[in-house]
Design a protein around this ligand. Structure first.
Ligand code: G3H
Ligand code: 13P
Ligand code: ZN
Length: 328
């Protein structure tokens, strides 16, 4: 059944586990993730970016997720708007059946320029009021996501969207977080603690000191009832980089957030863990493998089935390691 983010993360907090939030754009991703959730008896967050909504269409996404929850009636599912950039994005998502929205006011509407604190408070407060009136949950964001190592915001090509960030932008301030939640009443809070989006997070193998556990712990202690969200949580597994590169891809060597670090973050209070890049790599790696190994093949199902299997494997691993398995 479809539930809200608040319902799911309250349960996660009571039972000390983390919930991965996987980005979806199409049926194959939805099927693979739900199959894994059912096999692991895990609740799950399916999230759609603005890009996903324009790719699949709101009507398609709504019916797809309804169909998925009908196919797997025993699993609890949240349909969440990832990185909403204004009121209209968030409210139209709710209208299309999303049970939760992220109002990302850490950046201006262009999603590039860091926004002022006052702007962030005002827009998040407004969206929360509207969402709560119709029973939907809200995730806000405070701090600008970026790698503590490189100071880059992170993007698919590794070039920062907003230029070099300073350390006080890169780590959310616990006292400001308290003020932000008090004013906005958001249910969940995305914090900046050293991660960045995309595949190119770190240039060297992380040595166990890449996330600011102090930031996570400090915020969690002051805000025990607000669920902390870690964006940019792909691990960019070496074996998926190798799979892509072995079959004609060119991904320069890169490092993501080790799963052990995420496990530590969950112990410190992180509840929602956003993963997109790893899922993309799993599917694309298999597409490449089939394309090279079977150049005579042209039935898309022969590409999609192994790609879905690879994604399912990844998703199951995260459910097991985040403690989500068995909690559906
Ligand atoms: O945070 C961004 C997510 O990875 C979604 O990416 O906007 O390309 O769909 P997208
Ligand atoms: P990754 O790029 O690390 O998968 O992060 C995804 C994310 O934070 C979506 O909001
Ligand atoms: Zn994100």
């Amino acid at each position: 059944a479809l539930i809200t983010l608040r319902q799911l993360l309250d349960h996660a907090a009571e039972n000390d586990y983390g919930v991965p939030a996987f980005n979806i754009n199409n049926m194959e991703q939805g099927l693979a993730i739900m199959k894994a959730a059912a096999a692991c008896d895990a609740p799950v967050i399916l999230q759609a970016s603005r890009g996903a909504r324009s790719y699949a269409g709101d009507i398609m996404l709504r019916h797809m997720v309804t169909a998925l929850s009908e196919m797997y009636p025993d699993n609890h599912v949240v349909l969440h708007q990832d990185h909403g950039n204004n009121d209209a994005t968030c409210l139209s998502a709710i209208r299309h059946g999303f049970t939760s929205v992220m109002m990302d006011g850490s950046l201006e509407e262009d999603m590039k320029t860091p926004a002022s604190y006052d702007y962030n408070v005002e827009i998040t407060k407004r969206v929360t009021k509207a969402a709560h009136a119709v029973g939907a949950s809200v995730e806000g964001e405070l701090g600008v996501l970026g790698s503590l190592e490189t100071g880059e915001a992170g993007e698919e090509d590794g070039s920062g969207a907003v230029g070099k960030l300073t350390e006080d932008q890169l780590l959310t301030d616990p006292d400001q977080a308290v003020d932000f939640v008090m004013q906005t009443k958001c249910d969940a809070l995305a914090i900046a603690c050293g991660t960045s989006h995309g595949a190119y997070k770190f240039t060297r193998k992380p040595d166990g000191d890449i996330l600011s556990m102090k930031t996570i712990q400090g915020i969690h202690e002051k805000l025990p009832n607000t669920h902390l969200v870690m964006h940019g949580s792909s691990s960019v597994p070496q074996e998926l980089q190798d799979l892509i590169n072995q079959y004609g891809g060119h991904m320069p060597q890169t490092y993501g957030v080790p799963v052990e670090e995420i496990e530590k973050g969950i112990k410190m209070g992180v509840r929602k863990v956003n993963i997109d890049t790893d899922c993309r790599m799993a599917m694309t790696g298999m597409f490449r493998k089939i394309a090279m190994e079977k150049p005579q093949e042209f039935d898309p199902r022969k590409f999609n089935i192994p790609a879905m299997d690879e994604l399912e494997k990844l998703v199951r691993d995260r459910f097991e390691r985040f403690g989500t398995a068995g909690q559906a």
